[in-house]
Design a protein around this ligand. Structure first.
Ligand SMILES: O=CC(=O)O
Length: 319
């Protein structure tokens, strides 16, 4: 289409990148072939932009949305969207997408890695060798076998399902808790996490953080899991009552934990540093070059679908 002064109007839809980092995102080059990008809520384009890409855990609040009266889509770049005011988006008719399946296999791999590490004490054994203790002390305490363990998955979404698949292959049995029972899933369902814990050796926490799931792993659940029980958290720190978990671990009232996420990141409770039955990780279960590549495809597919009035690829669903 030609404008009055005969300049050709740019047909690419406008997209806001919310909180663009100072370095260039690899995604930008690809986005730019399809979309016109800008990066400030204060830009004149903000009043007409219909889609926003939220980089990482940048908050999207009612205040953010007030700057964007025409917004109809928030494209999240993470699996969890607890930084987005979902209720406010719903109220304003704004659709929200997340990373869909892009991270699921990577997070599931990592959950299994943490669990194997806790059970077989891989990191602790590594510290034992590196610190020169092997020749002095001889044998290292035995770890436990993974196969045969009863695994309780909290949140059987895309990530939880990948975790289940992997652990079945290791010879574990799987049961789950989700907001609703999934008719197509054969694993036993527990409507509450306490009952799941009673019937599990390990709980793997992979659900979204919401008001309902905040501290879903509390004192009662930890007690139900018992002295040999293991908690793996690859969801969000606040899914677990961290103070209680630390108490249980320090007092030996729970068998161990593998934690990729914490309530006040990057702060990690110091008491955990001395415990060899705890494996600590700096919130990186989702991060691999492969998962970024998959994420970029999901982001572009969601934007293209939105601007051509097709169904979104990964509308956010709470498990
Ligand atoms: O934690 C990472 C994510 O939610 O993608």
């Amino acid at each position: 289409m030609a404008t009055e002064d005969n300049e050709v109007e740019d047909p690419r839809p406008l997209v806001l990148i919310h909180n663009l980092p100072s370095f260039k995102l690899p995604l930008q080059d690809r986005l730019i072939t399809h979309f016109r990008l800008f990066d400030s809520l204060a830009s004149p384009e903000a009043s007409s932009v219909r889609a926003l890409i939220c980089v990482g855990p940048t908050p999207v609040t009612a205040d953010t949305l007030d700057h964007l009266p025409s917004l109809r889509l928030v494209v999240g770049s993470s699996a969890g969207l607890d930084h987005v005011d979902l209720a406010e988006c719903r109220r304003r008719g704004i659709a929200v997408t997340n990373s869909g399946d892009a991270y699921s296999e990577n997070v599931a791999d990592y959950a299994v890695a943490l669990l194997l590490d806790v059970l077989r004490r891989v990191s602790a054994a590594d510290r034992f060798v590196r610190s020169g203790l092997w020749p002095q002390m001889g044998e290292y305490p035995l770890g436990c076998k993974l196969g045969g363990k009863r695994i309780g998955i909290v949140g059987l979404g895309s990530i939880g399902s990948e975790v289940a698949k992997r652990l079945v292959a290791f010879g574990c049995t799987v049961a789950y808790n989700s907001r609703n029972k999934k008719p197509s899933v054969m694993y036993p369902y527990y409507a509450n996490v306490h009952d799941l814990a009673v019937n599990s050796d390990v709980l793997i926490v992979c659900c979204a953080l919401t008001n309902e799931t905040h501290h879903i792993i509390n004192k009662d659940v930890l007690t139900a899991l018992g002295r040999e029980g293991v908690i793996i958290n690859v969801g969000r720190g606040a899914l677990v009552d961290e103070k209680e978990l630390v108490q249980f671990l320090v007092q030996g009232e729970i068998g161990g934990a593998g934690l990729d996420v914490f309530e006040n990141e990057p702060k990690v409770p110091k008491e955990l540093f001395a415990l060899d039955n705890v494996v600590l990780s700096p919130h990186l279960a989702v991060l691999t070059p492969e998962s970024f590549e998959a994420l970029n495809k999901v982001i572009i597919a969601n934007l293209k679908a939105f601007f051509s009035n097709k169904p979104l690829l990964s509308p956010f669903q709470q498990e």
